[in-house]
Ligand binder design. Structure first.
Ligand code: AMP
Ligand code: MG
Length: 520
C-alpha cells in the first residue's frame, strides 16, 4: 500500500512538547503527538470501496494485513506521526473548557487526485484529552457512525466520510443507559476521513486563553488550505472567512432539515469549520414529523437540539465562533451583519428547499403559507416524513379527492384521519392542486424532480439497530446490505422495497431504535 502522504497540520502548526499520554491541559499547542493503542485482535468488518478509491487504495490492498494494521492502529505508517487535536467547546449551551480528541487519533493526510484528506481513527485509545474517558468506542456507535456518514454523503449532505470499520478484539465497559448497569461490549475502530477535522472549538480554545498568536496561526492555516480563494491573511479576509463558514453551515442545516436528520449533539466542538456533518453520536431520523423531536436522551429535558431548533442552534454556535475570531478583527459589526444575514438567508433557502420537496418550480407569494399549512397537517396525526414526501410525488393534478389516499401509507394511524383532520388535509390538497396548476411541469416531470430531493431510504434508527444486533453476534451481512442500499437513497430499488416502510411498532420504544444516550 503506497499512500501519498502530505501532512500539513502537524507540519505547519505547533505541537505540545510533552510526549506522554497523560491527561492534562495542553497550552500553546494545536495538538499532541500520541500513539494509537495496539488492539488485541483487530478484524476488518467493512470498508468503503469508494473512499478507498478516493485515497488511492486498491481493492487487493483493502484485504491486506497492512490495511488492517494501519487502520486499526496496530502499526504506524512509515514517516508519519499520529496526533490528537486540541479543542474546546460549548456543550449544551455551557462553556466546557478544553475538550480535544479524547479518542480520535489523526494518522496522516493524503493528497490524491488533487484532493486533500485527513484520516482519523475513532476509538483508538487514550490521548491527553481523554479526561474521564477510556479513549475507546463500542461496536454499536461505530456501526452507526460508519453507515451514517457514507449514507449522508450519498444523500448529498455535506459530511465527514468513513473508510473502514474494524473490531478491536477488546471489550469495552459501558453503562449504556446511564442507569448503573454497566456491561462489556465489543470495541471497534472507525477510520473517518475529511479534508480536515478542525472544529469551531479549535478556535474557541485559543480565544478563551487570549492566545491570539495561535488563534491567528490556526485561522491562517485554515484559510490557506481550505478557503484559499479568500486570499492572504488580513482583517477583511478573516471576516470573509467567517462569512464563508456561516454560508457552509447554513447549507448543511438546510440539508439536515430536508432529509429529516437530527444531529443530537450540536455542541460547538461538534461543528466542522468546513460545514460538514461531524461526530455521529446519538443522531436520528425523523420518523413521525415532529419539530420537537430529539434522539438524544441526555437532552430529553430541554430538547435543545430538537429537529426544529437546529437552525437556531447553528446560529448560536456561529455566534460563539464569531466571539472566538473577534480578537483577529476587533470590530463586532461585521460579525453582527453576517449573523443577521444568516437569519434572512435561512428563510429564503428554507423556502427554496421546501419548494423543491413539493415539486414547485416557480416562486409565488402563497408558498410560505402552503408550507406552514402542510407542517400543521403533518402534525395532525403521526405522519412519517420520509414516506410522506416520497408518496406525495405520486399525486396527480386534478385529483384532490385522492390526495389523502395517495399519502395514506405515511400515516401511523390512518384511522385518525377523519372529520376535522380529514377536512384540513382536503383543504391543503385543494390549495396544493391549485398551486400545481400554475406550474408548467407534467405530473411525471414533477415526480422526477421531487424524487431527486426526497429520499426513499434513510438510515432509520431501528435499521441501524438491527445491523448492530447482528454484528454483535458476528453477522455483518446487514451492514453490507444497508451500506449498498444507502448508496442510492433516491432510486427505487425493488430488492430493498421492504425498507421503504414506516418504523415497525416493536421499534417504537426499543433501546437504540427511538432514543439513544451519548454513551458510545
Ligand atoms: P462527543 O460528545 O462524542 O462529541 O464527545 C465530547 C468530548 O468527549 C470529546 O472531547 C471527545 O473526544 C470526548 N470523549 C467522548 N467519548 C470518549 C471516550 N470514550 N474516551 C475519551 N474521550 C471521550
Ligand atoms: Mg465530539
Amino acid at each position: 500500500m503506497k499512500l501519498k502522504i502530505a501532512d500539513t497540520f502537524n507540519k505547519e502548526l505547533p505541537s505540545g512538547t510533552n510526549l506522554s499520554n497523560t491527561r492534562r491541559k495542553v497550552f500553546g499547542a494545536m495538538y499532541s503527538y500520541v500513539k494509537p493503542r495496539v488492539p488485541s485482535s483487530p478484524k476488518l468488518i467493512h470498508a468503503s470501496q469508494e473512499m478507498c478509491k478516493n485515497l488511492g487504495v486498491n481493492a487487493e490492498e483493502v484485504t491486506s494485513n497492512e490495511f488492517l494494521n494501519i487502520f486499526s492502529g496496530t502499526k504506524i505508517y512509515q514517516d508519519t506521526q499520529p496526533y490528537a487535536m486540541a479543542y474546546a467547546g460549548h456543550q449544551f449551551g455551557n462553556w466546557a473548557g478544553q475538550l480535544g480528541d479524547g479518542r480520535g487519533i489523526n494518522l496522516f493526510e493524503i493528497e490524491h487526485n488533487t484532493k486533500r484528506w485527513a484520516l482519523q481513527l475513532k476509538g483508538a485509545g487514550e490521548t491527553p484529552y481523554s479526561r474521564q474517558g477510556d479513549g475507546l468506542a463500542v461496536l454499536r456507535s461505530s456501526v452507526r457512525e460508519y453507515l451514517c456518514s457514507e449514507a449522508m454523503y450519498h444523500l448529498g449532505v455535506p459530511t465527514t466520510r468513513a473508510l473502514s470499520l474494524m473490531l478491536s478484539g477488546d471489550d469495552v465497559l459501558r453503562d449504556m443507559l446511564y442507569n448503573g448497569n454497566a456491561a462489556y461490549e465489543k470495541g471497534a475502530i472507525v477510520c473517518r476521513v475529511a479534508p480536515t477535522f478542525i472544529r469551531f472549538g479549535n478556535f474557541e480554545l485559543f480565544a478563551s486563553r487570549n492566545d491570539t498568536e495561535n488563534l491567528k496561526k490556526l485561522t491562517d492555516y485554515t484559510i490557506k488550505h481550505f478557503y484559499p480563494e479568500l486570499g492572504l491573511p488580513s482583517k477583511a479576509n478573516y471576516i470573509k472567512f467567517f462569512k464563508a463558514v456561516t454560508d457552509k453551515t447554513l447549507e448543511m442545516i438546510i440539508h439536515w432539515q430536508r432529509v429529516g436528520f437530527v444531529h443530537g449533539v450540536m455542541n460547538t466542538d461538534n461543528m466542522s469549520i468546513l460545514g460538514l456533518t461531524i461526530d455521529y453520536g446519538p443522531y436520528g431520523w425523523l420518523e413521525g414529523f415532529d419539530f420537537g423531536w430529539t434522539p438524544n436522551t441526555t437532552d430529553r429535558e430541554h430538547k435543545r437540539y430538537r429537529y426544529g431548533n437546529q437552525p437556531n442552534i447553528a446560529l448560536w454556535n456561529l455566534l460563539q465562533l464569531a466571539n472566538a475570531l473577534y480578537p483577529l478583527v476587533e470590530e463586532a459589526e461585521p460579525f453582527e451583519t453576517i449573523l443577521n444575514q444568516y437569519q434572512k438567508d435561512f428563510e429564503v433557502e428554507f423556502l427554496e428547499m421546501m419548494r423543491l420537496k413539493l415539486g414547485l418550480d416557480i416562486k409565488t407569494e402563497g408558498d410560505k403559507q402552503l408550507i406552514e399549512d402542510l407542517e400543521d397537517c403533518l402534525l395532525l396525526s403521526e405522519t412519517d416524513m420520509t414516506m410522506f414526501y416520497r408518496l406525495l410525488s405520486n399525486y396527480e393534478k386534478g385529483s384532490v379527492d385522492e390526495g389523502i389516499k395517495t399519502v395514506k401509507d405515511a400515516f401511523y394511524n390512518p384511522q385518525e384521519i377523519k372529520e376535522d383532520k380529514k377536512k384540513k388535509w382536503e383543504v391543503w390538497f385543494n390549495t396544493y392542486d391549485k398551486r400545481l396548476n400554475s406550474e408548467s411541469l407534467t405530473d411525471s416531470e414533477r415526480q422526477l424532480k421531487m424524487n431527486a430531493v426526497n429520499p426513499k431510504y434513510v438510515l432509520r434508527n431501528y435499521m441501524a439497530q438491527l445491523a448492530i444486533d447482528k454484528a454483535n453476534v458476528g453477522d455483518y451481512d446487514l451492514i453490507d446490505d444497508l451500506f449498498k442500499m444507502l448508496k442510492n437513497p433516491y432510486n427505487n430499488q425493488p430488492e430493498y422495497e421492504k425498507w421503504f416502510a414506516k418504523r415497525p411498532e416493536w421499534a417504537r420504544h426499543k433501546v437504540g431504535c427511538s432514543m439513544l444516550s451519548c454513551s458510545s
